[in-house]
Structures are given as structure tokens and as C-alpha cells.
Design a protein around this ligand. Structure first.
Ligand SMILES: *Cc1c(COP(=O)(O)O)cnc(C)c1O
Length: 383
């Protein structure tokens, strides 16, 4: 292994997760697979073909830059939707390449009209409406203006979608806020309908709402974290299994992260290990140095806290996590030698290190930990 660690992506897990989600949502709800932030750290190049194999035909990204990357690897018929950033040049690129995009201000509509006047190509737009999240999304006044512009320039637009984003469907504490957003969304769709503006897709839900609020599914859900095998929150999982006889987790984690022992050393009782004084050997120790550190996405707050798997055992990270290295206590594992596999995330034998267990120590969300895994770590597809 030339690289200090490798991220394995499981084909079987992707297939199983997408099958499970499709079964939950039924035939009439399209899943757009959200692959922003390098497919939540899984690697867009590795993940997208596997999702396509599992039947996904529509992907969502945050930026035009991500859309360009996706364009190079997707199947010809697969569609792309940009949910966030495009500048004026990007809008022209998107229109020309039939990439769908969110519109949350009338400026983007003006740009589409001028592109249409030059090229006769319509913009494939999703109107994002404010319903209570207060991030992006058009308010009433802008919506009225947008509808007028679309009606006056009917040929310049294909109304792909009407959409909004919910402010935290993964927590029951937000229930009232979410219900309000859903009913506002329904009213706004009706308002568009009365003007003859019927979208191909109405969409509101990300992972949490797609499972927890069936009324938020409409025609399409924007599926992120669940497809990678993670629950948006413990609450979402508890809610889901609360309604089932079968109490086991139906999802499988797609990612494993593995490295190797770089060297082994003995440390005498009474010595400090690594920088500073945060770890004092209370007994004679055997330590294993592992060539992964915070620059590789292994959070520094896991110093003296993290756990890794070596030779089928769970062992602790001791001392500070360095830029390129961390140290594990292998005193109880006399057979460990340089080159032995180290699992940072994933399974070895019967044991598993989950991203969630990590997150509990470091206060990091699953989302944050995954998306911080550097692009430079090689992704390897395993069955
Ligand atoms: C990231 C994102 C999603 C997916 O969220 P998950 O919780 O990962 O399912 C959906 N919609 C929008 C607008 C997003 O930005």
C-alpha cells in the first residue's frame, strides 16, 4: 500500500441501502441521490457508478463545479440537479448541458431568459420557496414576480420542480416548525397550479423527512446520508424501529477506512508518549504508530479518546493525534507487528468502529466527519 490509508466503498452496501429506501418510499417517489461534498466523503467517482448500478438516475450536488465533475463520470441519461452555487457563466453551462438547478432569486430567471433569447435552449429550473427555514428560498413577493416572469417567457423555462428545504426534520423538537413548512409548501404549490404552472416534481424531504414525514415525500426526495448507511440522527432511527417488529438496523455502512501499523515501540513505565504530557505510561507499554493524523481527517479531538481495531481487538488511541500519525496502545496484543491492518472506521472480525462512536467522542456529526475525509485518500470499491 503506497498511500498511508485507503477508503473502501462497498458495492453490496450501496445496493442494499438503495433497495431498502426504494421499498420504503414506493414506486411513485423519485430518489435523487445527493452526492455533494465528494459524495459525503465517499468519493464521487467511486460512489456514482455504484448508485447508477443500483438504479439511481438522478443526482444532486451543491455547486456547478461539482456538477462538472459528475458530468464526466455519469451515464449519458443520468440527470443532474444543482441545489446551490452557480455564477452567471455556470448558468449558461447548465442550460446548454441540460443540468437542472435551483432558482431562489429572480436574477437567475433574468439570466435564463437572456440565454434563451440567444440559444433557444430553455433552463431546467426548480423554484425554491421560503417556507420557514430562512436560508435560501423566495418569499411571497419574489414568488409572484417569478411566476409572472415564467408566464411571460413560457418557452425559456421548463418548470422541473417546486421545492423547499426543511429546518431539521431529524429532531422531534422541530415538529411544529416542520408541519408548518409542509402546509405552507402545499399552499404555494396550489397557488402555482392555479396559474397553470405545474411542476414535474414537488420536493421537500431530505433523508430524515423522507422516512419520518410521509406527507413530505411528494414526487421526489433528496436522499443524502441514509444512502451511505447512516441515520440522520438517533431519533430518526428510534422512530423507525419503534414501528417495526424487526429491531435491527436495515442500513449498511458503505465506507471502511483502513491503514497499517507503521512501527512498534516499547515505552517504559513513567515515560510520556508523543508530544507534551497528555499521556503518561502507568506501566511498561507497547505502542503502535499508525500513519494517519488530523491532516487525513482523523480529528485531533480524538487524542487519548479514539479507538481502532488491530488483530481483531479494539485498542485505544493514546496521546495527541498528530498531523500525520497517531499512536495506539497495543500492550495487550503481543503479536502485533509493522504492516498489520488497522481499521479506523469499519469492521475487523466481530468488532466495528462506527462513525457515530467517533462522533460521540469528538462532538462531530456523522456528516462532518465523513465530508472531511480528504479527496486524496484513495477509494477502493469492494464487493
Ligand atoms: C444536503 C441536502 C440534502 C440531503 O440531506 P440528508 O440529510 O443528507 O439527506 C437535501 N436537500 C438539500 C437542499 C441539501 O442541501
Amino acid at each position: 500500500m503506497a498511500d498511508t490509508s485507503v477508503i473502501e466503498i462497498s458495492r453490496k452496501a450501496v445496493k442494499g441501502n438503495i433497495e431498502f429506501l426504494r421499498e420504503q418510499l414506493g414506486e411513485n417517489v423519485l430518489i435523487t441521490s445527493v452526492v455533494k461534498s465528494n459524495a459525503y466523503g465517499h468519493g464521487m467517482d467511486a460512489y456514482v457508478p455504484l448508485a447508477e448500478e443500483a438504479g439511481i438516475e438522478h443526482f444532486s450536488v451543491f455547486s456547478a463545479c461539482e456538477a462538472r465533475g459528475l458530468m464526466k463520470i455519469k451515464k449519458p441519461k443520468t440527470r443532474i440537479m444543482i441545489m446551490g452555487w452557480l455564477d452567471d457563466m455556470d448558468i449558461e453551462w447548465a442550460v446548454t448541458n441540460e443540468v437542472e438547478f435551483f432558482v431562489f432569486d429572480v436574477r437567475r430567471l433574468e439570466k435564463v431568459i437572456s440565454i434563451y433569447n440567444n440559444t433557444r435552449k430553455p433552463g431546467l429550473i426548480h423554484i425554491e420557496m421560503e417556507t420557514g427555514m430562512n436560508r435560501t428560498g423566495m418569499n411571497r413577493q419574489e414568488i409572484r414576480k417569478a411566476a409572472d416572469m415564467i408566464l411571460k417567457n413560457r418557452k425559456a423555462f421548463v418548470l422541473k420542480g417546486l421545492c423547499t428545504h426543511l429546518a431539521g426534520a431529524e429532531s422531534i423538537a422541530n415538529h411544529v416548525r416542520i408541519q408548518k413548512q409542509i402546509s405552507r409548501f402545499v399552499r404555494l404549490c396550489k397557488w402555482f397550479g392555479e396559474r397553470g404552472l405545474l411542476p414535474e416534481f414537488r420536493h421537500v424531504a431530505s433523508s430524515a423527512a423522507a422516512l419520518t414525514y410521509p406527507s413530505a415525500r411528494f414526487d421526489m426526495v433528496r436522499m443524502g446520508i441514509l444512502q451511505y448507511g447512516y441515520w440522520p440522527s438517533a431519533e430518526t432511527f428510534i422512530q423507525y424501529i419503534g414501528r417495526r417488529k424487526e429491531k435491527s438496523d436495515p442500513l449498511t455502512r458503505v465506507i471502511s477506512w483502513k491503514s497499517r501499523v507503521m512501527s512498534i515501540k516499547k515505552v517504559k513505565r513513567g515515560e510520556f508518549v508523543n508530544y507534551g504530557t497528555i499521556f503518561l505510561a502507568q506501566e511498561d507499554k507497547n505502542i503502535a504508530v499508525i500513519p494517519v493524523g488530523y491532516s487525513h481527517g482523523y480529528n485531533r479531538s480524538l487524542s487519548n479518546q479514539g479507538r481502532v481495531l488491530i488483530n481483531g481487538h479494539r485498542v485505544g488511541v493514546i496521546g495527541l493525534v498528530n498531523m500525520n500519525m497517531l499512536i495506539a496502545d497495543v500492550t495487550q496484543l503481543p503479536g502485533v507487528k509493522a504492516g498489520d491492518e488497522v481499521v479506523l472506521i469499519g469492521s475487523q472480525g466481530d468488532l466495528t468502529i462506527s462513525v457515530a462512536s467517533f462522533s460521540e467522542f469528538s462532538n462531530q456529526l456523522n456528516y462532518e466527519l465523513l465530508t472531511r475525509l480528504p479527496e486524496s485518500i484513495p477509494r477502493q470499491i469492494v464487493s
